[in-house]
Design a protein around this ligand. Structure first.
Ligand code: ZN
Length: 104
């Protein structure tokens, strides 16, 4: 029985199966600041006083992303809070929410 046609793979990485970019995983593990994390997702932030504001990725208005920045980020505590949909948490919760996965 020759065994010449066995598949070459068998090197599956469970980290990959979640579909989250490695850079994002690394950011979360390093407890990266929100501005850097949001940049990974292409979300722009605006500084207002001590807080940063961004358009919220967790809710839509009439099927479209919102135009007004409801997502408030506290760069000191590294927490987010949306005034429209009341989403809130830290960087890990942010990624879990946006990717619909459990990281911890
Ligand atoms: Zn929201």
């Amino acid at each position: 029985m020759p065994n010449a046609t066995s598949p070459a793979h068998g090197n599956t990485c469970p980290e990959r199966s979640r579909g989250i970019p490695d850079a994002v995983i690394a950011s979360v593990k390093n407890n990266t600041s929100f501005p850097a994390l949001l940049r990974q997702y292409g979300i722009q932030t605006t500084k207002k006083g001590k807080s940063l504001f961004a358009t919220c990725p967790f809710h839509e208005i009439d099927g479209h992303p919102e135009n007004t920045a409801s997502l408030s980020i506290d760069p000191t505590l590294n927490l987010y809070h949306c005034f429209s949909c009341n989403a809130k948490g830290n960087v890990i919760q942010f990624v879990m929410e946006i990717e619909k996965v459990t990281l911890v």
